[in-house]
Design a protein around this ligand. Structure first.
Ligand code: C2E
Ligand code: CA
Ligand code: CA
Length: 408
């Protein structure tokens, strides 16, 4: 039995009699927090609201202004962490497709109900509701203010984690990707998804990139001095590339610390709002001239496109994890994985597959000749101090052909 008082329900349907009917059914089943909305706009205002943010939405697909699918897209933009129940008069196949579509956005769908709605069908789905891991105490931390993020950057609360990138054919560790975390004095380790967006939206991303890059370069130097040859990758959002200062900063710092530019990889993602593309293009091209390596990140997703590939001289292409994990068995994913790999090959780029989570993923890379792999099968991101120990274990696993792995 679920705790009914915890469920904050929002019902969105353009027909007012349906709203009343559903409200009655919900009340009969003991749900007390129920908000009714007749339009997607009104519902989004509730989702944006501070007081009662819904954690379960009953969504009608067929609505005249904003339809249900468009509404879901807006939920994704808002990082909605609750669940959904789809309601529609459409046929089963259509409902299944929409359910997949929503799940692909990482939103939990408890199921779908055909109209006319039967109370039993509704109660069966409602019983499946569970508080989302993201929805519990962490949601409160989910949205940080610009000032908090600014302070974190200035007070040295950002810590670099590093995730290995390994050569598939040999198992050799080729490099690491720097992934920033925020060591929050109260909330502990906060993942980047919870503050990078805030930094980008508030003109702080440039400062953040500089802090991350500075420690990554120092670390690269330390590894170099310890006899480890590792390429160190840093994430750079296009937002940091709007002023030529960035170019001077990167080249100046690299020279000062004394790391060869060929060992520095800049993983570039396109930002939501691309203004004048000439400056980023100039910066990237000049960095390439100075032998920094450029990588196109999240290739295949909305923010990383063919046009970028045409316009910018990238050395490396990272196939987004959404096309890698389980590509060995899901036909659509496989088609996209193969196409990305072929494209990179044809353009003479090195290919990294992200999201390699298990042996089956790894084997696909091996069979298809992908250059580099990154993902939890190899290692999660870790502190620099943990890298040498991890490397020993990894080399052991490679030697044994992963036969002693317990996880599958
Ligand atoms: P990204 O650049 O695509 O980084 C890969 C993300 O996938 C990382 O998440 C990593 O921890 C995660 N990951 C690694 N292996 C696996 C796997 O096998 N399966 C799955 N499902 N995920 C895996 P993380 O560290 O939370 O970073 C999220 C995003 O935040 C990064 O995505 C990157 O876009 C951004 N980011 C991180 N550090 C920085 C930074 O210093 N600057 C900027 N601008 N963005 C950063
Ligand atoms: Ca990246
Ligand atoms: Ca990526």
């Amino acid at each position: 039995m679920i705790e009914r008082s915890m469920v904050k329900i929002l019902v969105l349907d353009d027909e007012s009699f349906m709203l009343k009917l559903l409200a009655r059914m919900l009340a009969n089943q003991g749900f007390t927090s129920v908000t009714l909305c007749e339009s997607g706009r009104a519902a989004l205002d509730r989702v944006d609201g501070v007081d009662i943010r819904p954690n379960l939405i009953l969504l009608d697909l067929n609505m005249p202004e904003m339809d249900g699918i468009e509404f879901v897209r807006h939920l994704v933009e808002r990082n909605y962490t609750g669940s959904l129940i789809l309601i529609s008069g459409e046929d089963e196949r259509m409902l299944q497709t929409v359910e997949k579509l929503v799940q692909a956005h990482k939103i939990t769908v408890l199921g779908h109900i055909h109209k006319p709605v039967k109370p039993e069908a509704l109660s069966t789905l409602l019983e499946k509701w569970a508080p989302s891991a993201l929805d519990s105490p962490r949601t409160a931390q989910k949205v940080y203010g610009a000032e908090e993020v600014r302070a974190a950057i200035n007070n040295g609360e950002l810590v670099n984690y590093y995730q290995p990138k390994v050569t598939v054919a040999t198992g050799k560790v080729a490099g690491v990707e720097t992934l920033v975390r925020w060591r929050h004095p109260v909330h502990g380790i906060v993942p980047p998804d919870q503050f990078i967006g805030v930094a980008e939206a508030n003109g702080l991303i440039d400062d953040l990139t500089r802090v991350v890059l500075t420690s990554a370069l120092a670390q690269a130097k330390a590894w170099q001095e310890a006899g480890l040859t590792l390429r160190v990758a840093v994430n750079v959002s296009m937002d940091s590339l709007t002023s030529l200062d960035f170019l001077d900063f990167v080249t100046g710092l690299t020279a000062k610390i004394g790391v060869p530019p060929q060992d520095i990889v800049l993983e570039v993602t396109e930002s939501q709002l691309m203004g004048d593309a000439r400056i980023p293009l100039e910066i990237l091209t000049r960095l390439r001239l100075k032998r920094f390596r450029l990588s196109i990140d999240d290739f295949g997703t909305g923010h990383s496109s063919l046009a970028q590939l045409r316009d910018i001289p990238f050395d490396e292409l990272k196939i987004d994890q959404g096309f890698v994990h389980r590509a060995w068995t899901v036909e659509t994913l496989r088609a996209m994985y193969d196409a990305s790999l072929a494209l990179a090959r044809q353009l003479g780029m090195e290919v990294v597959a992200e999201g390699v989570e298990d042996r089956d993923d790894w084997d696909l890379l091996l069979r298809t000749g992908c250059d580099l792999a990154q993902g939890t099968f190899i290692s999660r991101p870790m502190l620099a101090a943990d890298l040498p120990g991890w490397m020993e274990g990894w080399q052991e696993r490679v030697r044994n052909g992963f036969t002693n792995d317990i996880t599958r």
